[in-house]
Design a protein around this ligand. Structure first.
Ligand code: C5P
Length: 213
């Protein structure tokens, strides 16, 4: 299968030297990419700024902002069988970034106007109806309800719901605690797994679903 995987955070610059971002390290996306390659798939890994080595056997595309990631996904998506959006894409970006460094001078406060970024998953789905779409929902409360809402509103085939407040889950570590929620119904509770083992569970589901289609 041709698989496009996104990983890591995005950066939304306020001025040439300052940005808004999040603590994503890219580990979940890179684990999915390695798992995909080891299963013989043709993998394109679209990554925000991370400090992880590129796994062998895939094509990596580096991006910075949510808008760059949207462009890169759009370019790769038309051809792909599966899109796995692990990236922690910014939900807002800076409306008018300053062209030169903002001088703090005597400014005691700074108000920055943010605008919504485009939802990549939701906006690309119409462009390739045969692709299997997998999203992630990192939540701090009402995890299953919030993930189910995203599964439906973004038109996904599968969402990986995880409570980032649970020990062993969330940003940075080697493990995750997740529940797979397929659009077809049911819930697969994966418990505490390494990110690589969770990636394997995701590919097990995707491969079985595409075989039965
Ligand atoms: O809505 P929320 O950001 O929680 O949704 C998470 C899922 O949506 C992730 O799979 C993420 O990669 C994806 N996403 C996206 N485009 C955005 C924001 C999130 O594709 N602008």
């Amino acid at each position: 299968m041709k698989v496009v995987i996104t990983a890591g955070p995005t950066r939304e610059f306020l001025d040439p030297v300052r940005f808004l971002s999040n603590p994503s390290t890219g580990r979940m996306g890179f684990a999915c990419a390695s798992e995909g390659v080891d299963r013989g798939h043709d993998v394109v890994l679209i990554s925000g700024p991370v400090s992880l080595p590129t796994p062998d056997g895939l094509r990596r595309v580096d991006v910075v902002s949510a808008s760059d990631m949207w462009e890169a996904v759009r370019l790769a998506f038309g051809e792909c069988d599966v899109l796995i959006m692990c990236a922690a894409v910014a939900d807002w970006t800076v409306d008018v970034p300053a062209e030169t460094k903002l001088k703090k001078g005597t400014m005691e406060s700074l108000t920055v106007s943010l605008i919504r970024t485009r939802d990549i998953l939701a906006s690309v789905s119409a462009e390739n109806e045969s692709a299997t779409l997998v999203g992630f929902a990192a939540e701090t409360d009402h995890v299953i309800e919030a993930a189910t809402h995203k599964l439906k509103s973004k038109g996904l085939d599968l969402i990986v719901a995880n409570d980032v407040t649970v020990p062993g889950a969330g940003f940075g570590g080697e493990t995750n605690v997740a529940t797979l929620l397929p659009a077809s119904g049911g819930a697969i509770d994966c418990g505490l797994l390494t990110k690589r083992a969770l990636a394997a569970r995701i590919f097990d589901w995707v491969e079985a679903t595409r075989r039965s289609d």
